[in-house]
Design a protein around this ligand. Structure first.
Ligand code: XMP
Length: 555
């Protein structure tokens, strides 16, 4: 496994099943510090072996006193590195160190105002309030919170809890509270242990990023070492070390992940990398040419453009079932790919490694890094690759430490053009699953032309919105060609032609999506251009279904 972490001071995020676990690691990385997620059943000794410079305990859905509640090896709090806990992380820290956690009268969900407990906020008033609300006779003496730093005495934070710390462990000071939560945050500066009941990692806690920054830079004394330059340098060295003078093969799809792997490997090992671009004829208009241009002119790789358009057309002829189409396309990809690998062997250049664009969320979600980077990182889906008998590759996954937005930033830093780096998601089976019914050259031509217009108009709309308000509202947009015809009239003539369906959705992760509320002018322009410019189309319809119940693609 290529690893970049060893060179960087690492903050471990211990995952207690948090909804926001990945978010914590991302926020830390946003601040220029490398962070990795580890499971909560990892022992203190295993964590120590990873040489963390700090540890963050995430939230989680359980109650610390539940029978099967995830626990924490108490040794983690004795490692001598600063520890910060959020929500469940605060509760487990309190429990392990002898404090008390209990049910509050009513939970707090959403924005809540905290009051800081320190000299600047009037200790007496605060003590009174706490006595009144929580019947605590002798509240611990408050002091200036290192974690809250220069943030306001009263501020809104994001809460999501029913349980709360009722009694802090010995040596801890309460540093903030709310009307419903006696210990909204606590700390023991001598042991460098800090915790909050609220979630500083979410944007709804306006000073959350500042608190994280206070923790990383003031409390832990870290520096911003996770920068694009250091990432590229470390990745390149790791690839060189792993690969030596062996040969690497990569299936290049034109998508952002495989393109960034290609650019990175090109920088590391140059033409020891063979990129296999299987052109199934189902890509969008202009795409094969763009991919070839980038990886033959800009990067020093051995680029093999496999013209498989005719073979795919034959295999798909008359096939109407969506699943069968997908199977044919996927299987044929590997046939084409292995044929290139065999050619390389015959050419005296045998391939040892298969490079893949696996990214960090894939690794976390597959649970592959259960032992903190030492376990196999081979994901279950890799085993689904139908390697022919006797064929074996070792895997190289240079993006397996990166989140998607880091992959894009890496692509830009490596000089990949914007149209690749910001390419919207595109399914592996390509336009075949946007042509309902059988795929023919005529239908493909129609769809490519209509889709090019959709992309041109919506790229422009997204860009306009980005310039006006900093966001590209439409997440994915494309044309679909259904298997029906309808009557129309063009000039003075009756037509009996196909419609195009426009699909445009807002989403963040494709798990759910809503149809985009496009302005009428944009819809009108797309419609009139398609009907005027694409022969064979006499009607345009807009799909206004969300996911669920529909899916984003039509097949
Ligand atoms: P659905 O249609 O399931 O799609 O809502 C969700 C997201 O996944 C993309 N998609 C695919 N991506 N191979 C891929 O790499 C595929 O076979 C595939 N099928 C759907 C789709 O474009 C959407 O972004």
């Amino acid at each position: 496994m290529a690893t970049v972490s060893s060179a960087n001071p690492t903050v471990l995020v211990v995952d207690f099943g948090a909804q926001y676990g990945q978010l914590i690691a991302r926020r830390v990385r946003d601040l220029g510090v490398y962070s990795e997620i580890v499971p909560c059943d990892m022992t203190a000794q295993e964590m120590a072996a990873l040489h963390p410079v700090a540890i963050i305990l995430s939230g989680g859905p359980a109650s610390v006193y539940a029978e099967d509640a995830p626990s924490l090896d108490p040794g983690v709090l004795e490692l001598g590195v600063p520890v910060l806990g959020f929500c469940y992380g605060q509760q487990i820290m309190a429990k392990v160190l002898g404090g008390t956690v209990g049910h509050t009268d009513k939970g707090e969900y959403g924005p809540v105002e905290i009051t800081r407990v320190d000299g600047r906020c009037g200790q007496l008033i605060v003590d009174e309030l706490r006595r009144e609300h929580f019947a605590v006779d002798e509240p611990p003496v408050g002091e200036t919170s290192l974690l809250l730093g220069e943030t306001p005495c009263q501020q809104v934070v994001w809460m999501s809890h029913r349980d709360a710390v009722i009694q802090v462990p010995d040596g801890f000071a309460i540093t903030s509270f709310t009307d419903g939560c006696p210990v909204a945050s606590m700390e023991c500066t001598d042991r460098r242990l800090y915790a909050t009941q609220f979630h500083p990692e979410v944007r709804h806690t306006p000073y959350g990023q500042q608190m994280l920054s206070n923790f990383l830079f003031d409390i832990c004394g870290l520096e911003r070492t996770w920068t694009m330059d250091s990432i590229i340098q470390d990745s390149v060295e790791a690839i060189r070390e792993q690969v030596g003078d062996s040969r690497v093969i990569l299936g290049l799809s034109g998508g952002v992940d495989s393109s960034v792997v290609a650019a990175l490997c090109s920088k590391a090992i140059g033409d020891q990398l063979t990129c296999v671009f299987v052109n199934h004829g189902l890509l969008r208009k202009g795409e094969p040419e763009e991919v070839e241009e980038v990886f033959t002119k800009q990067f020093d790789v051995d680029f093999v453009h496999v013209h498989a358009e005719e073979r795919y057309a034959e295999l798909l002829a008359g096939v109407t079932d969506p699943e069968q189409k997908r199977r044919i396309i996927g299987t044929q990809f590997w046939n084409e790919f292995f044929a290139v690998a065999e050619d390389l062997v015959e050419d005296g250049r045998p391939v040892k490694y298969l490079a893949q664009g696996t990214i960090y969320p894939d690794i976390i979600e597959s649970g592959a890094r259960k032992t903190g980077g030492k376990a196999s990182t081979i994901k279950s889906h890799h085993n689904l690759i139908p390697f022919p008998d006797g064929v074996h590759f070792d895997l190289i996954e240079p993006l397996d430490h990166f989140f998607k937005d880091e992959v894009r930033a890496l692509g830009t830093a490596l000089g990949l053009p914007d149209h690749i780096v910001h390419r919207q998601p595109f399914p592996g089976p390509g336009l075949a699953i946007r042509i309902i019914g059988d795929v023919t050259p005529e239908k493909l031509e129609i769809l490519k032309n209509a889709d090019a217009i959709v992309r041109e108009e919506l790229d422009a709309y997204n860009q306009e919105q980005f310039e006006a308000c900093g966001e590209r509202p439409v997440w994915q947009y494309f044309a679909v060609l259904p298997d029906v015809r309808s009557v129309g009239v063009m000039g003075d003539e009756r037509t009996y032609q196909r419609p195009i369906i426009l699909r445009a959705v807002e989403s963040s992760d494709a798990m759910t999506a809503d149809w985009a509320k496009l302005p009428y002018e944009v819809l009108a322009r797309v419609s009139s251009r398609i009907v005027a410019e694409v022969p064979g189309i006499n009607r345009v319809a807009y799909d206004i279904t969300s996911k669920p119940p529909a899916t984003i693609e039509w097949e």
